[in-house]
Design a protein around this ligand. Structure first.
Ligand code: S3P
Length: 444
């Protein structure tokens, strides 16, 4: 575990390219591995989490060739073993810290008839709830043994799965994706997933590109925007994922954008940012806070809109995050708390109980960190309230081994009056190993 210190900066200037998207990288490796063709993925995220996914598909029989590595992105070729062709590995599959990997892959492994797999990961993975995927999979005929019925390690005995209709009680793209992937392997008709609020739709987009039939019906007349919906997937024989280039990660870009907004004298631009509408809840919240941002959409990669975001420092006002925005901003909510310290008035996040089940309890983590840096923050069961007091003094915070808290501390340090030390800063490498270099490149 290593610490890092970030001193106050007098302004951030310049531009950089967002690192490749973590969610899309995981999905590309999985659909490539369980596909039949050889897929070339450009700008595959080079991070601990997404390396775990390459390791997992390799352990199951895919050929994974890393052809080049540059600027946080890998050029990877994956020769898949086919949708029903995973080989039984010699030992447990190690998912490391990657919740997306374990929750998505278990849906695919549950349908590998006659083979047995063990999925395990680090301390944080062993604490995270898995019943949310294993219980609905069991309704499809899956045989999965979980520790205390809810935790990894998971022991999966592959079965022929049956289609099912699922109604999710939590809005989770990981759970939705798991069940859609299992639905590909079912015998009898479409599998449907009703989500209580819209969540990121990268799986749906990529499945369609790989030849699967996926349809979405939004419920009309529901007084939330975006409305909940029902996603249906048909079983398929094979997946054929075309070559793709991974767009930049809006959740990683968010750290530089927020750094630009709260560090006086800043003007930064992040290029190549994925602008999928199911990922950019933060931008709407920033608009309500009166943030000085400019967004320009300029291209498409892997079926996703991509563009650049310019952020300039200025005054901010507190905002209330509405429940329908929560899933669309889930990984950026800690940054909303940080912004609240620099805004006038109160910033309130509710309906976000899910934050307690991330890599760490992010409600406790954010509130403790903001207070340790001189902020005024109060935890709620399902969110937090932050009262702006003209910025942050600085201090020492604990990353709790959580990459997003580590990066939040760095941004806070630049914008603070006295600087911030982050204990366990190396956690940032889980999603963004080049983060420190990129952030410091903006400091004049
Ligand atoms: C992810 C979905 C979100 C998010 C996570 C990545 C994904 O989790 O927090 O970082 O790639 O599907 P939930 O779906 O559990 O909310």
């Amino acid at each position: 575990m290593s610490d890092a210190r970030f001193e106050p900066a007098s302004g951030l200037r310049g531009e950089l390219r967002a690192p490749p998207d973590k969610s899309i990288s995981h999905r590309a490796a999985l659909l490539g591995g369980f596909g039949t063709r050889t897929t070339r993925i450009s700008r595959y995220l080079d991070s601990a989490d997404t390396r775990s996914t390459l390791g997992a598909v390799e352990a199951l029989g895919a050929r994974v060739d890393i052809l080049a590595a540059e600027q946080g992105g890998l050029e990877v070729e994956i020769a898949g073993f086919g949708l029903r062709g995973a080989a039984e590995p010699s030992g447990p599959i190690d998912v490391g810290n990657a919740g997306t990997l374990i929750r998505l892959i278990v849906g695919l492994l549950a349908g590998q008839e006659g083979r047995r797999f063990t999925l395990d990961g680090d301390e944080s993975i062993r604490r995270r709830p898995m019943g949310r995927v294993t219980r609905p999979l069991t309704r499809m005929g899956a045989k999965i043994l979980a520790t205390d019925e809810d935790h990894a390690p998971l022991i999966v005995g592959g079965q022929q799965l049956q289609a099912a209709e699922h109604r999710l009680t939590v809005a989770s793209a990981q759970v939705k994706s798991c069940l859609l992937l299992a639905g590909l392997l079912a015998t009898d008709g479409p599998t449907t997933v009703r989500e209580p609020a819209e969540t990121r739709d990268h799986t749906e987009r990529m499945l369609r590109a790989a030849g699967a039939r996926v349809s979405v019906a939004r419920e009309s007349g529901v007084p939330t925007d975006p409305a909940p919906g029902v996603i249906a997937v048909e079983p398929v024989d094979e997946l054929e994922l075309p070559d793709l280039s991974v767009p930049g990660d809006p959740s990683s870009a968010a750290f530089h954008i927020v750094a630009g907004l709260i560090t006086g004298g800043s003007d930064v631009r992040v290029r190549g940012v994925g602008l999928n509408p199911t990922r950019i809840g933060l931008l709407g919240i920033l608009n309500r806070m009166g943030a000085n941002i400019e967004i320009s959409e300029d291209s498409h990669e892997a079926g996703e809109a991509v563009g650049s975001v310019r952020a300039r420092s200025g005054s901010l006002r507190g905002a209330r995050v509405v429940p329908a925005e929560v899933a669309l901003t889930i990984d950026e909510l800690p940054l909303v708390g940080l912004l609240g310290c620099f805004a006038e008035g109160e910033t309130v996040v509710t309906g976000a109980e899910e934050l307690r089940h991330k890599e760490s309890d992010r409600i406790a983590g954010v509130v403790d960190a903001l207070r340790a840096m001189g902020g005024e923050a109060e935890a709620l069961e399902d969110g937090f309230v932050v009262t702006g007091r003209g910025g942050l003094r600085g201090g020492t915070i604990d990353s709790r081994g959580d990459h997003r808290l580590a990066m939040l501390g760095a941004v806070a340090g630049l914008a603070s009056r006295e600087g911030v030390v982050i204990e366990g800063f190396d956690a940032a490498g889980v999603s963004y190993p080049g983060f420190e270099t990129d952030l410091r490149s903006l400091v004049g």
